[in-house]
Write a protein that binds this ligand. Sequence first.
Ligand SMILES: *Cc1c(COP(=O)(O)O)cnc(C)c1O
Length: 355
Amino acid sequence: MKKHNFYAGPSILSEYTINNTIDAIRNFAGMDLSLLEISHRSKQFTAVINEASALVKELLEVPEGYSVLWLGGGASLQFCMVPYNLLHNKAAYLETGVWASNAIKEARLFGEVDVVASSREANFNFVPTDYVIPADADYFHFTTNNTIYGTELRKDPDSPVPLVADMSSDIFSRPVDVSKYDLIYAGAQKNIAPAGVTLVIVKDSVLGKAPRQIPTMLNYKTHVDKESMFNTPPVLPIFSALQTLRYYKEQGGVKALELIDMEKAGMLYDAIDNSRMFLGTARADSRSIMNVCFVMAPEYKELEQEFIDFAAARNIVGIKGHRSVGGFRASLYNALPKESVKALIDAMNEFEKKH
Ligand SMILES: *Cc1c(COP(=O)(O)O)cnc(C)c1O
């Protein structure tokens, strides 16, 4: 291993994913051609996208009646595609961070938006639980993991209306009851693949009903009908996604991954809680197991940059916190080995001793 990679996204991928992607760029499926220079409609690539979609369904136990899509435009395009396709009159949104706010802003272009609760006043350091979802909303949208603030909602909330979730930074870290959702989306670059593709799981029966014209490329139905092959899909990240999904299956699926993720996060939160120097920023009941945010206690505040340098000298990279929270953020995505978490904890302990 070269570095202990804690970047928040794009972020660490398994060596299995990286190596197989490199091999396919050289020689894809024994074709003596690169993955980058063949038709997306070749039978070899069609097999890749079909297996990737089938593995998503298998790993998340997606019920009948849902389609798996591989789209361009990032998770941010979903902020507009979701209301374009699903908002008829009114939608409910939970505001738990910048990504949720961006989604709310787009939804307002299409109808009434009821923001049922927001943790903005507390700089989004918790996920609100006390709110009422209006029964006449078309859907309830929330962000499962707030990448910037290190907060997470690790369950599928009870709701009188169908759920829609941005799972960009914690998909495949727990089992999900997909039947409660009309739509789930996740940008690939945190837990799946290189940037460039967004995974969408959508309930077929909710499509084609919006009271407006939808441009072809922004209409989910276009992509459902053509199995993500209406136009050229992002072939490279889809190939990498398949490798990651195979790797996840071999690891024992999302239940097994969740146990490992919980253990990694538990180790780091314990270290933070047992330290005088480091303080967690997320409220204890909202702590994310994917992104752990922490700062230095006020009396040590001026040492933050020094710790980043100290860690870098130990091959630990990507721990600088997002500017809106400050301090540090260690992203513990599925591909991050436990040894990297240990290396970070050792660095924290040594640094604390030194001061
Ligand atoms: C990274 C991230 C996004 C933005 O993804 P893009 O693919 O860059 O548009 C949206 N939501 C969450 C939760 C994220 O972590």
